[in-house]
Design a protein around this ligand. Structure first.
Ligand SMILES: O=C(O)CCC(=O)C(=O)O
Ligand SMILES: [Fe+2]
Length: 355
């Protein structure tokens, strides 16, 4: 197991509002070095007021009675796969090291059609349905913008799809994907939990990129560094009252780039409670951007990816979360199969029928 966190990492904060070849190089660098990077939230289409509105909706939902939340349980036959409310301990992100499931609740919202959810929403979220739909679109567009920069940085030839190589495979008009907007709530706990208890166990994300929204004074996210140490990620590394948006690489981008883009392992820990005080609640929001279901996770046409693969050698594959496929034909799974595999390992949904 990795050592306890010592110092916080200085993740780069990058301004992508007027993209240039330098921006592409910088963000690619950050994503391949850390797997996590902040992007400045200026003119990039996710207005701070909309983020705040999502947090308000989220708080109203999680503070509502259990019966209300349970109407849209992830276990119900109407919610659909990987959608709906997860009660405490339903998900165990690191089954090898946890005795109990994650100390969190979550609500997973899948793709919308024409501004309408494709799953039942509980009353407190129905009121915000249109807002949620817009927020998902804003997040998805930002993810595509970020992936266009990765493609530019990887110098994918235009004859092969160029800067749009990734975003073409995330084009919602071409088919469904496993993309999820997830509201997260980590309630404070009255007594110190057991050693193996954790708010969110160590894991890498399954999709292409994740956008993570955090609130001031609610820390807890840590990333596993290349030296195998846990390092805290600040909620806002700048003095700007509107924090930059935290972006991290998921397994799909790692597969697509043979591990050049790093699907970094991370977790959420309980804060150290101050003397005489109970620990704080934590709310966060994640947008997990996934490739279209049918997209194959084969290496992208990039000399940089090829060079990276051969430079590291088959037996010294870079340690990434769960990505970093070899690119062999038999490993070229679809995004949907990859997602299903990962979900099966972490959910306790014994009463849910497989799709
Ligand atoms: O709440 C957080 O800060 C992180 C959540 C997370 O990593 C996840 O749900 O995949
Ligand atoms: Fe995560």
């Amino acid at each position: 197991m990795a050592a306890v966190a010592t110092s916080s990492t200085d993740l780069p904060v990058i301004d992508i509002s007027s993209p240039s070849p330098e921006t592409a190089r910088d963000i690619l660098d950050a994503a391949s070095t850390f797997g996590f990077v902040f992007v400045k939230n200026h003119d990039i289409g996710v207005p701070p007021a909309d983020i705040q509105a999502m947090f308000d909706l989220s708080r109203t939902f999680f503070q509502s009675p259990t019966e209300v939340k349970a109407t849209c349980s992830i276990n119900s036959s109407t919610s659909g796969k990987n959608r709906g409310w997860l009660s405490m301990h339903t998900e165990t992100l690191d089954p090898a090291h946890q005795q109990r499931g994650d100390f969190k609740e979550a609500f997973n919202i899948g793709e919308f059609s024409s501004g309408k959810a494709n799953q039942p929403l509980p009353a407190p979220l129905v009121e915000g349905e249109y807002r949620i739909s817009q927020f998902i679109d804003q997040c998805h567009d930002l993810c595509n913008k970020i992936m266009d920069l990765f493609a530019a940085g990887l110098e994918i030839p235009s004859a092969e799809g160029g800067d749009k190589w990734f975003s073409d495979r995330h084009d919602k008009t071409k088919g469904p994907s496993g993309s999820i907007l997830r509201l997260l709530y980590y309630p404070s706990v009255p007594s110190p939990p057991e050693q193996t208890d954790i708010r969110a166990g160590a894991h890498s994300d399954y999709g292409s990129v994740t956008l993570l929204f955090q609130l001031p004074s609610q820390p807890g996210l840590e990333i596993l560094t290349t030296s195998n140490e846990w390092a805290p990620v600040p909620v806002n590394p700048t003095s700007d009252p509107n924090p930059p948006i935290l972006v991290n690489i998921g397994d799909a981008l790692s597969y697509w780039t043979n591990g050049l883009l790093r699907s970094t392992v991370h977790r959420v820990i309980f804060p150290q409670p101050e003397e005489g005080k109970s620990s704080e609640d934590r709310y966060s929001i994640a947008y997990f951007c996934h490739p279209l279901d049918e997209a194959r996770l084969v290496p992208v046409p990039s000399e940089k990816v090829k060079g990276f693969h051969s430079a590291e050698g088959e037996n010294q594959k870079r340690k990434v979360g769960y990505g970093g496929g070899t690119g062999d034909a038999d490993e070229a799974i679809t995004a949907r199969d990859h997602l299903n595999r990962r979900l099966a390992a972490t959910y306790d949904l014994s009463d849910v029928k497989a799709e």
